[in-house]
Design a protein around this ligand. Structure first.
Ligand code: 5CA
Length: 157
C-alpha cells in the first residue's frame, strides 16, 4: 500500500472515525473525475488546494469541487500574500502528489479553511492520498477532525 494512502488511513483511525477508503478503477485526479467515480455532485468533492505565502508557509483551502478560490479572500484569511504552491513544494511539505492531496494526514499539517459550500451535504468525498483513492465523510466530521475554519473564500461566495 502507498505510504500516502497509509498516512490518511492512520490519521482517520487515530481520530476514531470509521471511514471506508474506496479504491477506484478510474482516475480521481481531478474533482470532475472524482465526482464521476463517486456518482455525486461536483460540489460534493473536496478539493485540497494549497497556497504558499511570501513567508514560505503553506495554507490549505478545502474547496467544493465546482468552486474557485478567490485569491483576495484567501489572502485576507491567511494574512499574507499568497501564490499557488508549486507541485514540488506540495509534495515535499504534505507528502502528497497533486491529484491525490488529502485534507488530512499531511507530513506538516498546514493552517486550513473550509468552503461553506461543502457544509450543506450529508457527505462529501475527498482524496485519500492518491489519484485512485477517495473517501466519504460528513462535512462536520471533516471540519472537526481537521480543525478547519469554515469561512467564505470562493469567487462570489
Ligand atoms: N483527487 C482530486 C479530487 S479530491 C483532487 O485532488 N482534486 S484537487 O482539485 O484537490 O487537486 C487538483 C488541484 O491541484 C487543482 O485544482 C489545482 O489547483 C492543483 N494543481 C494542479 N496542477 C498543479 C500544479 N502543477 N501545481 C500546483 N497545483 C496544481
Amino acid at each position: 500500500m502507498s505510504k500516502s494512502l497509509k498516512r490518511v488511513e492512520n490519521a482517520l483511525s487515530a481520530a476514531g472515525v470509521s471511514v471506508q477508503i474506496v479504491e477506484t478503477p478510474a482516475s480521481t485526479r481531478t474533482a470532475a473525475e472524482a465526482a464521476a467515480a463517486a456518482g455525486v455532485a461536483l460540489d460534493q468533492i473536496v478539493k485540497s488546494i494549497l497556497f504558499q505565502g511570501q513567508s514560505g508557509a503553506l495554507y490549505l483551502f478545502l474547496t467544493a469541487g465546482g468552486q474557485q478560490v478567490d485569491l483576495t479572500k484567501a489572502t485576507a484569511l491567511a494574512g499574507e500574500k499568497l501564490l499557488r504552491a508549486e507541485a514540488d513544494v506540495v509534495r515535499k511539505v504534505t507528502g502528497f502528489a497533486i491529484g491525490g492531496v488529502a485534507p488530512l494526514g499531511h507530513l506538516s499539517p498546514p493552517p486550513l479553511w473550509m468552503d461553506p459550500h461543502l457544509m450543506g451535504f450529508d457527505q462529501v468525498w475527498a482524496a485519500a492520498g492518491t489519484p485512485h483513492h477517495i473517501f466519504a465523510i460528513a462535512p462536520a466530521t471533516l471540519q472537526s477532525l481537521t480543525k478547519a475554519v469554515v469561512a467564505p473564500f470562493t469567487i462570489s461566495a
